[in-house]
Design a protein around this ligand. Structure first.
Ligand SMILES: Nc1ncnc2c1ncn2[C@@H]1O[C@H](COP(=O)(O)OP(=O)(O)O)[C@@H](O)[C@H]1O
Ligand SMILES: [Mg+2]
Length: 284
């Protein structure tokens, strides 16, 4: 199993190396990076390239580790027991009918090796990663209600993503292979854009890239625009038929670009950028 990138996804050499290292080590690949740098998409693309089904678990602040294993639906069972005469009470007698399988269970018992994405693990509370250590390490867990041991038939290929909102515990980190997706440089970004807009004119692309990195380089921005925001902005430029000349003043100074709402998402950042543009124009 080797990942070589894909037609829809631009993977740098070191990212491909990291994916293959995680596969070799049989450890989860922990991918960090700014939002919008293609972490979620990486799991989708690797799964597709290696022809594995992808099970996705999107983590929220309220997600508990147990939900990834299974949940016992006691409420349904109680309700069914009160309506027991419907099917002679057969369903209620068997507790298996009230065990709801989580994604890890599904991944462990799938007939073929699968990829498993645990997306945005840093959203959950601090205990969450630790609570999954044993299951991810040993690839098994115990169901107390039914006294069953669920063991992985095939070890799933695990991707874990983090936007770096919280630190992860050391014991957890020890078990992962780590990769940080650096923000793409201009050449990589150009390649990414070409994947999405193969027919985009070169002069517009070159100018838009320049504007985009100018915005990103403004010191003190609260939220730097990411790859996905740049792609959105390009889509708008194309839809509105805006040419490269609108992204630059006549004397080749920076301007506040049209439709900058796709790039800058709060008023302080817009002010900051406008002030910088104003200063660069009066400073001639
Ligand atoms: N390397 C890349 N190749 C192609 N498209 C990319 C790449 N990185 C980001 N994108 C685009 O940016 C969007 C956001 O990516 P996503 O995986 O959701 O980011 P993250 O999970 O890191 O926040 C994707 O839908 C894709 O269109
Ligand atoms: Mg994501």
């Amino acid at each position: 199993m080797k990942f070589q990138g894909s037609q829809n996804y631009v993977a740098t050499q070191d990212l491909m190396l990291a994916v293959n290292a995680a596969i070799t080590l049989k450890r989860p690949l922990l991918v960090k990076g700014e939002p919008g740098t293609g972490k979620t998409m990486l799991a989708e693309e690797v799964a597709q390239a290696l022809d594995m089904p992808l099970l996705q678990w999107h983590i929220k602040s309220t997600t508990k580790a147990q939900q990834g294993l299974y949940e016992y639906d006691a409420v349904s069972r109680l309700r069914d027991s009160q309506l027991a005469d419907v099917d002679g009470g057969q369903r209620v007698k068997d507790i298996h009918n009230y065990i709801v399988k989580g994604v890890l269970w599904q991944a462990f018992t799938a007939d073929q090796p699968v990829a498993l994405l645990i997306d945005e693990i840093d959203k959950a509370d601090i205990e969450f990663p630790n609570d999954l250590l044993r299951e991810i390490d040993r690839m098994e867990f115990y169901v107390y209600e039914t006294r069953e041991l669920i063991k992985a038939k095939h070890r799933p290929l695990v991707f874990i993503t983090s936007n770096n909102e919280k630190e992860l515990p050391d014991a957890f980190l020890r078990r992962c292979f780590f990769h940080y997706i650096k923000f793409p440089d201009k050449d990589t970004m150009e390649a990414i854009v070409k994947v999405h807009y193969p027919t985009l004119k070169q002069d517009l692309l070159a100018q838009a890239l320049q504007n985009f990195y100018e915005v990103r380089d403004v010191p003190g921005l609260k939220k730097k625009p990411s790859t996905s925001e740049f792609l959105d902005w390009l889509k708008l430029l194309l839809a509105e038929d805006i040419g490269p000349e609108a992204l630059r003043s006549k004397d080749n100074k920076s301007v506040v670009p049209p439709l900058h709402g796709a790039l800058l998402k709060n008023e302080q950042d817009v002010h900051l950028f406008e002030r910088l543009v104003y200063m660069s124009r009066t400073n001639r």
